[in-house]
Design a protein around this ligand. Structure first.
Ligand code: AMP
Length: 192
C-alpha cells in the first residue's frame, strides 16, 4: 500500500515525502480514506503507530480544500491530554502542513495566557490544546469554538484518566453538533 492510494492530494503527499515516510502505517491506511470521506472515526491506536499523521494529514487536506465559513474562528480542534502531546501534535500539524496556507497554534496551561490570546486574535485555522486552558480561553472570550468543523480527541483514554471528562463534555457542548469527530484511544474501557 502506498500513500498515493489513500486519496491524499499532492501538496499533502509532498509533506509526507519530506518526512521520509514511504509507506502508510496500518492506522494511516485505515483511517485516512475514512476521514477524507467525511466520516466520524473511532480508532484504537497506541502511541508510536503513526496515529498523529492518521488524523492530521486528512484534516489538513479537508481544511485546505474547503472554504472557510467564518473569517477568524478556528475550524479544527485537537484535544490532547498533556502539554507534551499537544506540543508534539502541534509540531506535526506545522510540519505536514508546511506547504499550505493554514495557521495553527498550540494551547496549554502552566504558561502565560496572554501570548495565547494574542495569537488567537490574529486568527488560526487549527487549535491543538489541553482541555482546561482551552476552556479558560473560551471563558475569556478569546477562543470561539462555534465554527469548529473537525474535532479530534487524541489519547482519549489518557484524558479520561487525568480527570478531563467534565472539561471534554463542556467543550463538546460548545462545538457545533454538525461536525466531524475523530476519536483516538489506545484502550477501550466501558467508560471510554
Ligand atoms: P505517532 O504514533 O503519531 O506518535 O508517530 C510515531 C512516529 O512515527 C513519529 O515519529 C512519526 O514521525 C513516525 N511516523 C508516522 N507515520 C510514519 C510512516 N508512515 N512511516 C514512518 N514513520 C512514520
Amino acid at each position: 500500500m502506498s500513500f498515493h492510494k489513500l486519496g491524499l492530494a499532492s501538496e499533502i503527499l509532498r509533506g509526507v515525502q519530506k518526512q521520509g515516510y514511504t509507506e502508510p502505517t496500518p492506522i494511516q491506511s485505515q483511517a485516512i480514506p475514512e476521514v477524507l470521506a467525511g466520516h466520524d472515526v473511532l480508532a484504537g491506536a497506541q502511541t508510536g503507530t503513526g496515529k498523529t499523521a492518521a488524523f492530521t494529514l486528512p484534516m489538513l487536506q479537508i481544511l485546505n480544500t474547503t472554504p472557510r465559513q467564518h473569517k477568524h474562528a478556528p475550524r479544527a480542534l485537537v484535544l490532547a491530554p498533556t502539554r507534551e502531546l499537544a506540543a508534539q501534535v502541534g509540531e506535526s500539524v506545522r510540519l505536514y502542513g508546511e506547504a499550505l496556507r493554514l495557521r495553527s497554534t498550540v494551547i496549554f496551561g502552566g504558561v502565560g495566557i496572554q501570548p495565547q490570546i494574542n495569537r488567537l486574535k490574529q486568527g488560526v485555522d487549527i487549535v491543538v490544546g489541553t482541555p482546561g486552558r482551552l476552556l479558560d480561553l473560551v471563558n475569556q472570550r478569546a477562543l470561539d469554538l462555534t465554527h469548529i468543523e473537525i474535532l479530534v480527541l487524541d489519547e482519549a483514554d489518557r484524558m479520561l484518566d487525568m480527570g478531563f471528562i467534565h472539561d471534554i463534555r463542556k467543550i463538546i457542548r460548545l462545538v457545533p453538533d454538525e461536525r466531524q469527530t475523530l476519536f483516538f484511544s489506545a484502550t477501550y474501557s466501558k467508560e471510554i
